[in-house]
Design a protein. Structure first.
Length: 157
């Protein structure tokens, strides 16, 4: 006659050590769902960045070229923000390929410094470009603020 431990609850059985207990399927599903939420938010932010980037360049290409200082400032701001965003995407891809950056990795510090400088420059040009209507004035401001927030968040990690 074999001895079977009696079940007390869904997770506890007599004779089983607490470290051997398994969680219920419902708890595991809840943990998995909560773990996906930040990824969903990150994906939505990436989609928003991509939409702002692509739609801004399409609007600029469709509109007739203006040569005043405000539209050229907005174009410079949008260009700087685009370069900053491309550096951010490249650094995220590179970090994924090498398994992540160490906290004191010198390349990471240089990338953050360069991204912040480009974002601040983009914001300055975008603010100068808001004064008159142009195709890129709000796109430049939105993208430069978005890249600036990305790089500031990258310094906090």
């Amino acid at each position: 006659m074999s001895f079977e431990p009696k079940s007390i609850g869904s997770n506890l059985r007599l004779g089983v050590d607490a470290s051997e207990m398994t969680s219920s399927r419902r708890a595991e599903a809840t943990r998995a769902r909560l773990a996906r939420r930040p990824k969903v938010a990150q994906n939505l932010v990436c989609i928003a960045f991509a939409l702002i980037l692509v739609s801004g360049w399409f609007d600029w290409a469709r509109q007739r070229r203006r040569r005043d200082a405000c539209s050229l400032s907005a174009l410079m701001g949008y260009s700087f923000a685009t370069v900053s965003l491309l550096i951010a995407v490249a650094s995220v891809i590179y970090a994924g390929r090498i398994g992540g950056f160490a906290h004191d990795y010198p390349l990471l510090r240089r990338l953050i410094r360069l991204g912040l400088a480009l974002s601040f420059g983009a914001l300055a040009f975008a603010l100068m470009g808001v004064c008159r209507p142009s195709a890129l004035r709000w796109y430049a401001l939105g993208l430069s603020l978005g890249t600036l927030f990305f790089w500031v968040a990258a310094t906090m990690i």
